[in-house]
Design a binder for this molecule. Structure first.
Ligand code: RIB
Length: 300
């Protein structure tokens, strides 16, 4: 079972001819309101990949529709608590090439409490995993509680902040990060991917690391071995949530007992498929679709 301690956002997705520039007022083509948040997206992706997921989070009662969607998609929402304040939301611009930029409002995601986290993990056992991103407060508590119960931790330090640097990252079983996050964590200023990979190997000798490179795929690092996994080519409609799709599928694969390479290949295919559809949660593909897409790409 995966306990995912993560954000639940209302995503306002604006299609724009280009990402707005400083001082510019820009008319959008359309507006879509959907369930999002790195946490919620990753819960949905992990469930679609076949994992059992209990989401730990907080949302305003007015946004119960978002919770209903999570539940309808198969995510256990018993550990999501109500907030008096507004839910988290994201203002997302998506341009004609599918690229995005995001402004976040943390809201209820920043109101997790130590008692809530303690209660949420009280029935967790050593076979369970904790998945966590960086859109909720309380991460030091999460790491401490997980260590006390000997749970495997998968951490996706997104969006990156300086607080991440003081977390006990060496205790993570698995780290999934992009190049920017990796550079901040290992303190490598150079553009070279190899420099970051070397620094990651030195800093986290005991963790499985997926360094995500967008359309260029993933560098998978374990026991000082590095494997490059390419991403299938697709026409991008909206890249929002592609990273979350990767994380959810990858962690679900590891929890299921797949070797990291198999899990990462499946996750790359899932992420690639997700960029062909608009929205974050709505674009996360089913395991059956990912498997048939993988078969198709292998036959080409
Ligand atoms: O990773 C994509 C997500 O980031 C969006 O769904 C948005 O809510 C932000 O959290």
């Amino acid at each position: 079972m995966i306990y995912n301690i993560g954000s639940i956002n209302i995503d306002y997705v604006y299609r724009v001819p280009h990402l707005v520039t400083p001082g510019e007022t820009l008319a959008s083509h359309s507006l879509l309101q959907v369930l999002g948040g790195k946490g919620a997206n990753q819960s949905v992706a992990a469930v679609k990949a076949g994992a059992v997921v209990s989401h730990v989070g907080r949302v305003n009662n007015n946004d119960v529709w978002a919770l209903e969607q999570l539940a309808n998609l198969g995510v256990n929402i018993d550990l999501v608590e109500a907030s008096d304040g507004p839910s988290g939301h994201a203002i997302i611009q998506v341009d004609d090439s599918g690229e995005n930029s995001i402004v976040l409002f943390g809201g209820a995601n920043q109101q997790l409490t130590q008692p809530q986290l303690q209660k949420a993990l009280s029935s967790a056992t050593t076979n369970d995993w904790v998945l966590v991103q960086n859109e909720c407060n309380g991460l030091p508590d999460v790491f401490e509680l997980a260590a006390a119960k000997n749970l495997s931790v998968a951490f996706n330090p997104a969006p990156m902040s300086k607080e991440v640097l003081s977390l006990p990252l060496n205790r993570t079983h698995c780290l999934i990060m992009n190049e920017v996050e990796a550079a901040d964590i290992v303190g490598v200023g150079s553009d070279s991917i190899d420099d970051k990979v070397s620094a990651l190997i030195q800093r986290f000798p005991d963790s499985i690391i997926a360094l995500t490179l967008g359309a260029a795929g993933v560098k998978l690092i374990q026991d000082s071995n590095v494997v490059s996994i390419s991403s299938p080519k697709v026409k991008a409609v909206d890249t929002t949530g592609a990273g979350d799709t990767f994380v959810g599928y990858f962690v679900a694969g590891l929890v299921e007992g797949q070797d990291p390479q198999t899990a990462a290949i499946m996750a790359c295919h899932a992420a690639a498929l997700s960029v062909t559809i608009e929205g974050a949660t709505p674009s996360i593909p089913s395991r059956v679709d990912v498997a048939s897409f993988k078969k198709q790409t292998e036959e080409q």
